[in-house]
Ligand binder design. Structure first.
Ligand code: NCD
Ligand code: ZN
Length: 343
């Protein structure tokens, strides 16, 4: 196969940041994607409907002239979140999900949740109105090894929340383990799971063997090879449960290459060429569209995009880094030559 046309993809987990960084990174997503679930972990976080509306306006103002892009806004869940504000933001069509960060789990998660009982009224209201909860699924306890944090979260936090809140729609975001794949497969269609581009490509050796590679450091951190293979199996299965959330998370090189560097891989520019490579290697190019363009909208109750993108087998011409007013941002290096381009 040398050409593949897909319904235009959506990105169900994306960090766009704000200001100069937003203006620099947004065009790369707009090129290939119609819509994206926009992460609310700004400083300060996007907590209220009014803040989400203002952020949405800033994103739309940064869309290049003549291009089409629909930001699907989220609210950052805190222990002080007002269920009425959440319900109003959903009813107006502004907000498509609420994001749960366990406090301290990742970049700008300090305002996240420590006491899950305090967010119960909001979760119950979300179950009533059908508003999905997007979950960063890692415990933060110092005594839990960072490579075990996702599996422990499923048992200690995620499964109890789902049992206590019947009807709540949940997205397990950026899953990284065979434990998460198995859990997702065993649930009904009130549960979805996103998988990133980079977790289909790297395991923890890529970060740590032969010298430390800060550009491969992200959260949740990449795990053993057996887990990467489980993620590839899930993503390429076509199962409706699994869809693309790139978690493209730009940080300047200055902020990555530090004694305490930031977590995040910037994959917006080359996600589709990388995914075509991965799906071709797995003999699953015919299931790429389900992962990038169909399963996500079905979960969120939105139409599949009628517009298309065409991938052709020809090496793409993509930058190794992009320049921003804040400094360069390195594009994720998959470690293999890309053979597919978006035409
Ligand atoms: C994200 C970021 O930089 O905002 N980083 C990351 O490694 N994925 C936060 C997140 O999604 O965990
Ligand atoms: Zn993220």
């Amino acid at each position: 196969m040398t050409s593949l046309t897909l319904a235009r993809p959506d990105d169900w987990h994306l960090h766009l940041r704000d200001g100069a960084m937003l203006r620099a990174v947004l065009p790369w997503t707009v090129r290939d994607f119609a819509r994206a679930i926009i992460m609310p972990n700004l400083v300060p976080p996007v907590v209220t409907g009014a803040q989400a509306a203002a952020y949405r306006d800033r994103i739309l103002a940064a869309v290049p002239d003549g291009a089409q892009f629909e930001p699907l806004m989220t609210l950052y869940l805190t222990e002080d979140t007002d269920p009425d504000d959440v319900a109003a933001a959903h009813a107006s069509g502004l907000v498509k999900a609420v994001k749960l960060y366990p406090a301290g789990a990742t970049t700008n998660s300090a305002s996240g949740v420590t006491n899950f009982d305090k967010v119960r009224p909001t979760l119950e209201r979300m179950a009533d109105i059908g508003l999905p909860l997007c979950v960063h699924g890692e415990v933060t306890d110092a005594d839990i090894d960072i490579f075990d944090r996702e599996a422990v979260f499923i048992d200690r936090v995620l499964d109890p929340i789902r049992r206590n809140t019947p009807g709540l729609r949940v997205v397990m975001e950026h899953i990284t383990t065979s434990d998460a794949v198995a859990y997702a497969r065993a649930q009904d269609d009130s549960l979805g799971a996103t998988i990133t581009t980079h977790h289909l490509v790297i395991n923890r050796n890529h970060i740590l063997a032969g010298g430390i590679k800060p550009h491969y450091y992200c959260l949740p951190v990449a795990k053993r090879e057996v887990h990467r293979l489980a993620l590839r199996d899930a993503a390429t299965s076509g199962a409706p449960r699994f869809f693309l959330g790139t978690d493209s998370a730009p940080h300047t090189d200055a902020n990555k290459l530090l004694p305490c560097g930031c977590a995040g891989c910037f994959t917006a520019p080359n996600t589709l060429p990388i995914l075509a490579h991965v799906f071709e290697a797995e003999g699953a190019l015919d299931r790429l569209e389900a992962f990038t363009s169909r399963n996500g909208p079905v979960f969120y109750g939105l139409p599949v995009n009628t517009d298309t993108v065409t991938l052709t087998k020809s090496p793409p011409n993509l930058p190794t880094h992009i320049d921003t007013e804040d400094g360069p941002v390195t594009v994720f290096d998959p470690g293999f030559a890309l053979e597919w381009r978006v035409s």
